[in-house]
Design a protein around this ligand. Structure first.
Ligand SMILES: [Zn+2]
Length: 252
């Protein structure tokens, strides 16, 4: 009998066995009792962004400058999108979490990342708005098998009740990875890379869109998406990411 046990049954037994193992922290791999998997030490070390922050860029202020205050950077070089918000700075534990999601080791972390994004993005998450993840080109989607921005948008949608539309925007040109490129090179790299789909045109016209991605670095990808959304008649484009690269110390 034993040698005739089907692979189907063996696969079932394996997954049942996996569910009995204690969860491991996606950042440091320590065994943890928490369901969402992030151990208390890594949670404490997370570089969360807390208010007060710049009303435009969502970057933290060291002291309170009052409601609606703008950072010097937002005044000198305002982004094309309206407002950006993020849960954490892209360093340490937050960076490890982003990489853990992106490279597929731990897709389950999207849930807790989305909850943290919904918390810091609550000013953007109004009823009637639409969450739109930054799309991958279909070839890269085929290679990676999932889009981390779509996983995060889905998690934010579940945490906030705001609808998500993953098919409204598409990437029509394969682009080089942005890592290692200068700000100017990034802009050129993503130019004409996106388009609003025919179905998206009807669904997004006149709506407020919240673009979702894992990390905001120079913002060139999000700016390229913003331009095509505006051209399609979207009323307002805000940006919600899990992490934001520290504009002073990070030059990714
Ligand atoms: Zn840990």
């Amino acid at each position: 009998m034993c040698q005739h046990v089907s692979s189907f049954v063996r696969a079932g037994a394996q997954s049942a066995f996996d569910s009995l193992l204690p969860p491991r922290c996606p950042v440091c791999d320590a065994v943890t009792a928490r369901d969402e998997g992030i151990c208390p030490a890594c949670w404490t070390a997370m570089p969360f962004i807390e208010q007060p922050w710049c009303a435009r860029l969502g970057t933290p202020f060291s002291h309170d400058l009052g409601e609606g205050a703008l950072s010097a950077r937002a005044i000198a070089d305002p982004p094309v999108y309206d407002r950006a918000r993020a849960a954490a700075l892209y360093q340490g534990t937050a960076r490890d979490l982003v990489l853990s999601l992106k490279f597929g080791a731990r897709r389950d972390v999207a849930g807790v990342m989305g909850q943290l994004m919904a918390r810091n993005g609550r000013e953007l998450l109004e009823p009637g708005s639409v969450l739109v993840p930054v799309p991958l080109h279909r070839f890269r989607l085929w290679q990676r098998r999932f889009n981390q921005a779509a996983l995060l948008a889905d998690a934010v949608s579940r945490a906030s009740g705001v609808a998500m539309d993953p098919l409204a925007l598409e990437r029509i040109r394969r682009t080089r990875q942005q890592v290692g490129l200068s700000a100017k090179e990034r802009q050129i790299n993503v130019r004409r890379a996106f388009r609003v789909t025919d179905a998206g045109q009807g669904r997004l016209h006149g709506r407020n869109v919240i673009l979702v991605d894992d990390v905001l670095t120079t913002g060139s990808t999000l700016a390229a998406c913003t331009r095509v959304l505006r051209a399609a008649g979207v009323a307002r484009v805000d940006v919600l990411t899990f992490a934001i690269a520290d504009p002073v110390t990070n030059d990714l």
